[in-house]
Design a protein around this ligand. Structure first.
Ligand code: HEM
Length: 135
């Protein structure tokens, strides 16, 4: 129960933190039509991405730990539902390898985008072409 309790409280705390951050942004936009100027907003926004991922994992812990020992409440226990199929470890290792490659690629792309942030990502995001109305 302790694990479920702390995972739930972490998830809800992060949820309210994210709502507060959105509120901060909305307030600044309402006042000045611009994002908050405080560097603390940018620090918090950078942290929000990681925090959201932590909240997802915490929510998963709430569900998975909270329903033990049942996989179907009152009908089937988790121990009875273990998959006996061979080769599961290989599949798990492959999925882990694919996600490791994707993680490295994502970090590389984000770092590259951060270094070249003044360049348009796609031509249509640069200066718009004049529209020929045909008249
Ligand atoms: C703000 C307040 C929040 C409340 C009151 C809340 C409430 C809950 C509850 C009650 C569950 C368990 C559902 C169940 O299996 O019975 C849950 C699961 C979950 N929550 Fe939250 N949550 C909040 C915020 C968040 C946030 C911010 C995230 C992610 C960014 C999140 C992600 C998840 C995930 C991934 C699960 C597991 C879902 C599943 O495995 O079926 N939650 N949440």
């Amino acid at each position: 129960m302790t694990v479920v309790k702390w995972a739930f409280q972490l998830m809800v705390a992060i949820g309210f933190g994210l709502v507060a951050l959105s509120g901060w942004w909305a307030l600044a936009w309402w006042r000045r039509r611009g994002p908050p100027r405080s560097p603390w907003f940018l620090r918090a926004a950078a942290l929000a991405g990681i925090a959201a991922a932590v909240a997802v994992e915490a929510g998963w812990v709430v569900t998975e730990v909270g329903r033990q020992p049942w996989i179907v409440y009152g009908v089937m226990r988790t121990a009875e539902a273990v998959n006996p199929a061979p080769g599961l470890a290989t599949g798990l290792a492959l999925v882990a390898a694919v996600y490791a490659v994707l993680t490295v690629a994502t970090v590389a792309v984000l770092r590259r985008m951060a270094r070249h942030r003044d360049e348009p990502v796609a031509p249509q995001e640069g200066v718009p072409e004049p529209v020929d109305s045909g008249r």
